[in-house]
Write a protein that binds this ligand. Sequence first.
Ligand code: 13P
Length: 254
Amino acid sequence: MHRSKIVAGNWKMNKTLNEGIDFIKILKESIPELRITKAIVGMPFIHLASAGPYLNGSFSIAAQNCHHEAQGAYTGEISASMIQSAGAEYVILGHSERRQYFKEDDDLILKKVKAVLSHSLTPIFCCGEPLDIREDDTHIQYVNKQLENSIFHLSNEEIQKVIIAYEPIWAIGTGKTASSAQAQEMHKEIRLSLADNFTLAIANEIKILYGGSCTPANAADLFSQKDVDGGLIGGASLKTNDFLELIRIAEASI
Ligand code: 13P
């Protein structure tokens, strides 16, 4: 099974509008067209509309969150149709920072996934265990529960449009990457669960990204794992050189 790679940046709450657009211009100039990798930049909402004109077929932009309702009296929130109208194609959902700081649970995240899908956007659904669960050796059960409680409620047609990002919380922003064997173990388990809940063909098509202190120093090893289809990158996506290098590594790892 040959899946193409994705390198998705998640800027989180970083970069002013000018800094963001400068970054996108450099990306476009440095890699005009990618053969087999898709590069995605997950940026703050207010950057999306301005970034659109600088993108080409190899680069897309993502929002980092979305409200689950279509519209209405939700002061300060952003809907899927607004995100789509700004030119984004992807939305990062269920990130552990949203789960932790904004109390998003599996139910709510499923609603957000459905809202995003109904506007022809692609959700990048995040899952992953905290350190104590990893130390208890119950990480596989924990992640399976996150999936069962949310995206496993989607139809066969819907799940095929989802990208999954496995991001162990203990590896996010800590400099402590999961080993390639730890990443491969979990990605394989996620794929097995997808096959159990949907079909083997669907499981083999879905892209599963790794996230958590992924840098140019460890990406070649991670991206070469059978079930790792690229990365969701935080810190290293803020530096053009690192992000470009990660894209080059993904292109070379097919
Ligand atoms: P870091 O790459 O900074 O560990 O962040 C990972 C992440 O949270 C991407 O969504």
